[in-house]
Design a protein around this ligand. Structure first.
Ligand SMILES: [Zn+2]
Length: 177
């Protein structure tokens, strides 16, 4: 029947949701390792990504201490819920710049192809059926989309991205120098 942790909230000020110092929990950062209290310390550490978390038992929250962004999560009994805090201006700028980076160059390429279509005599038989300006626009969109996607993953520290990054680092570390 899963965990026997209670989910009531009637005990007045007691930490109830099951985030307890002695337990271990799925790491909210990589969603792969387990976070556990470090010996003689108030902090938790992940067994996989090795990130360190500051724990607030009263608030049932953890905050990553050694991360690039100030990220926090609230324990919901079974899973972590991200706490969005500060940095919203950074996020807004990122989304704006990201949107422009994705749409503008691809739009420009598409517009160029539309305004200056390839001359008829340059379009050989082997190119028949392929609209190169559209192909270029899609290519540009994909390239910039990948770039912006990477920026977003880095900013939000998406678990799948964190996991892939650590796997890659460990793989590279095993290669002979
Ligand atoms: Zn982890």
């Amino acid at each position: 029947m899963g965990s026997g942790k209670t989910f009531s909230n009637d005990h007045g000020g007691q930490p109830l949701l099951g985030l307890e110092a002695a337990d271990s929990y799925e790491c909210p950062m990589c969603r792969h390792g387990q976070i556990q209290q470090m010996a003689l310390m108030d902090a938790y550490a992940c067994s996989f990504c090795r990130h360190i978390f500051d724990v607030n038992l009263a608030g049932q929250t953890v905050h990553v201490v050694d991360g690039l962004q100030p990220m926090g999560w609230r324990w919901q009994g079974r899973r972590w819920q991200p706490i969005y805090q500060g940095g919203s201006e950074v996020a807004l700028t990122l989304w704006l710049v990201g949107g422009v980076l994705v749409i503008f160059p691809a739009g420009l390429v598409a517009l160029g192809g539309y305004m200056f279509p390839p001359l008829a005599q340059n379009v050989g038989v082997k190119n028949a059926g392929i609209n190169w300006s559209v192909a270029w626009a899609i290519g540009t969109l994909a390239a910039h989309g990948t770039m912006v996607g990477w920026l977003m993953a880095e900013h939000y520290q998406l678990p799948i991205y964190v996991l892939a990054k650590i796997r890659l680092q460990r793989f590279l570390a095993r290669l002979p120098a």
